[in-house]
Design a protein around this ligand. Structure first.
Ligand code: NAD
Length: 486
């Protein structure tokens, strides 16, 4: 069994308090790793290492040298691609092709893209008039914010963690990462990469553990953490925001969603069914951008429901590496209990179960895994908790609509505002509706097409701030203005 330790100041270290916890495979519930839980002492050491690294060799590097190191990190991830794929598959149980096509390559890209951005994005400069006629010149200088606390979730662990670590390091900060307790493996592997490439000690640190009264809380409360970037549940964000208020530390939050898919009768039906199938069921529905509320214009409602049902019933469950498997388990037994509680709520609230609604029959060796069926409902009232709350499972409710105004109102009737998808061949309508749905990210005739230079983040309770492209530079640096009198 793997022994996973914390990564502090370039060394893998066990917990001083001797605490360890088990990581179980979502596929069969077997213990696959023993993880050292960081106590307050390890978090203190990691933050102190990160602080010292700022003042050391890392802080003295030229932008070009820093950027070269980050290119090296990306190359080394690519060289060890199979190790990262294997680690992420072991942690999440998700199919091999999801790792190789999306999650691991994006991890490497997160270092390259932000290295390019920091090299190429200019700062501002203003000439101003002065009463003596000689004028003054203002220019902006970006300086690192300092030690960044990175708190990451389990649903796309490597992609989401590097999405923050990449720009944080490109901007010259140091980081202490708290990966999810469910998925510690790739963050740990990245420590090996950092050492191999020669990233100075203390620049990248990993502390393992849980949230409350554990590594997550110790990190976010730490007075020497200068800013916190967090992806996870809205409720957790609220707790972290309170912790960050001590010392007035900056936060960037990417949180939950209850995203609407809007399908107009004039869409390309095959394309729309395909897109909603992916957005509802990819990664077993554990994608913050996923669609759990689908609104379909009445003339194509029945055809749409039938076609989506057929696709949902066509998935192949199994071990991530088995040939033909395209569908994995949920992350844990605990999360399965949560998802199944919503399956029960849907039944209690009078849903018509189009497909699924339970647990699939699995062979004996996988029977203890966190499997659930892809599930589609119709006929629920919009007031049902199943429509209002984020389930984060492979499920969606489909409801017919009759007018553009009606569907915009339905889409916006949520406390969340992360993402939406609009399916129509009428581009005028697409622009119009995109302007009225209250979210941070809108896709038209597509889903999860991500250009890393674009703004990413949520409206309402789905987030605070934007990351991506220059928006990441805004969060990970302080802009200092220098004014020179001529
Ligand atoms: P979570 O909030 O339970 O945990 C996220 C991280 O926060 C974990 O590392 C956890 O240990 C830590 N944590 C928990 N309590 C804490 C506390 N009190 N103090 C400090 N740290 C604490 O979320 P999760 O279940 O891991 O992830 C799923 C959630 O993430 C969903 O709500 C999903 O929508 C959201 N998500 C959002 C985005 C986005 O970009 N908006 C992306 C992916 C996931």
């Amino acid at each position: 069994m793997r022994q996973i330790n914390n990564f502090i100041n370039g060394e893998f270290v066990a917990s001083g308090i001797g605490k360890r916890f088990d990581k179980r495979s979502p596929v069969d519930n077997q213990v696959i790793a023993s993880i050292a839980e960081a106590g307050q002492a390890e978090v203190d050491q990691a933050v102190s290492a990160a602080k010292h690294a700022l003042a050391g060799e890392w802080g003295q590097l030229s932008t070009n040298d820093r950027v070269d190191l980050l290119y090296g990190v990306a190359d080394e991830i690519t060289r060890r691609f199979d190790d990262f794929v294997a680690a992420e598959m072991a942690d999440t149980g998700q199919p091999h092709h999801v790792m190789t096509h999306a999650f691991i390559p994006r991890g490497a890209a997160n270092f390259k893209v932000f290295a390019d951005i920091i090299k190429n994005v200019p700062t501002e400069s203003f000439h101003m008039d002065t009463p003596d006629g000689r004028g003054a010149l203002n220019y902006g200088v970006r300086v690192p914010k300092g030690v960044i606390g990175v708190v990451a979730p389990w649903n796309a662990p490597f992609l989401l963690m590097t999405w923050k670590v990449g720009p944080a390091l490109a901007c010259g900060n140091t980081v202490v990462v708290k990966p999810s307790e469910e998925t510690p493996l790739t963050a740990t592997l990245l420590g090996e990469v950092m050492n191999k490439v020669g990233v100075p000690k203390g620049v990248y640190n990993v502390i393992n553990g849980f949230g409350p009264d554990s590594a997550g809380e110790f990190l976010t409360r730490h007075k020497d953490v200068d800013a916190i970037t967090f992806t996870g549940e809205t409720r957790t964000g609220s707790t972290i925001m309170k912790a960050a208020s001590d010392g007035i530390r900056d936060v960037s939050f990417e949180m939950g969603g209850k995203n609407a898919g809007i399908v107009f009768a004039d869409c390309d039906l095959d394309n729309a069914v395909d897109g909603i199938f992916r957005s509802s069921f990819l990664n077993t529905g554990q994608v913050c951008l996923g669609t759990e509320r689908v609104y379909v214009e009445r003339p194509i409602f029945d055809r749409f429901v039938t076609a989506l049902k057929e696709k949902a019933e066509g998935v192949t469950f199994g071990r991530p590496t088995d040939a033909g498997v395209n569908y994995g388990p949920l992350i844990s037994q605990e999360h399965r209990e949560k998802v199944l509680s919503y399956y029960a709520k849907a039944r209690a609230d009078g849903a018509t179960i189009v497909t699924g609604g339970g647990v699939p029959d699995m062979p004996a060796d996988l029977a203890e895994g966190s499997w659930v069926q892809p599930t589609i409902w119709t006929d629920l009232p919009e007031s049902s908790a199943v429509i209002q709350e984020e389930i984060f499972g492979p499920c969606c409710h489909i409801r017919p609509f009759d007018s553009e105004e009606e569907v915009i109102e339905l889409a916006n009737a949520s406390d969340y505002g992360l993402a939406t998808t609009i399916w129509t061949e009428n581009l005028t309508r697409a622009h119009r509706v995109a302007g009225k749905v209250d979210v941070g990210i809108t896709w038209v005739n597509s889903w999860f097409l991500r250009d890393l230079r674009t703004a990413f983040g949520g409206a309402k309770q789905s987030g605070i701030g934007r990351e991506g492209g220059v928006h990441s530079l805004e969060f990970y640096t302080e802009m200092r203005n220098v004014c020179i009198k001529m």
